[in-house]
Design a protein. Sequence first.
Length: 310
Amino acid sequence: MRRLLDRLDRGFFAEAPAERLALLRLLVGAFALVYLCVRAVHLQRVGHLPPGSFRPIGVVSALSAPLPLWAVRGLIGAAIAAGAAFVAGYRFRVAGPLFSALLLWVLTYRNSWGMVFHTENLLVLHVIALSLGASADALSLDARAARRAGAAPPAPDGRYGWPIRLFCAITVASYFIAGVTKLRNSGLDWAFSDILRNYVAYDNVRKIALGDTHSPLGGALVRYRFLFPPLALASLAMELGAPLALFSRRVAVVFCGAAWLFHLGVLLTMAILFPYPLLGIAFAGFFELEKMRDLRRPRRGGAYVEGGRS
């Protein structure tokens, strides 16, 4: 048992370059910041809803009554400002945790009015994970200031590795929990019956009745019953097998591809958009992002140069 714990400890705190963690911060932070800016008007509209509709959840459960509209707008503005500092890597030791706390609050507050959305959960958890680590030791205003003060460039270290491992663990846990929930609610019938087909049909019929955007493709495919059990089984296998991605790079690539295809299928058959995973940002922690710059390097002497060695 001791040997296993030591091995897990070495794996979780394995060294990683500061640039990889910084690129992850830039990708996730930029998405979160743009998301807040695009949704700002929608997020503040809850301030116009009747107080009787307020159903606080999560961290917002500390409130017994809705916030005044000026406070809602102020918190959204503060979250956007903190998000800009998060992306720029400015005073990150303060800006990182502050942004994660404000993002959690703003999005939870929006979900505290009778309808809970799940599309932002993974994003918020990822921002929290990155805010806890030294994610601005490279590619940031803080790093630039440190270089001007004479500090040496950061070497690969375990403190840059564990936030990335935590990021990946959160990702696979979210899919694994979804798979376990399917089994708890439906058992293996999820994979071998019409449950998925009925769900796609119901979702599209409901949207048509409400005048909402629906998927014509999903409505057409429900006629073909044989299509859905294999799709349901594939989604369940992807979700339950997600933790294996933490132990093998090849499995991680397969998992990321399968999860991306899953979200593409949800979009095409039910018109439900999960932009964070569809853009691939939710899976960025599984890849050596710093090596993307090598793709722009010219070939030298007929050999591809990687990491300074031919």
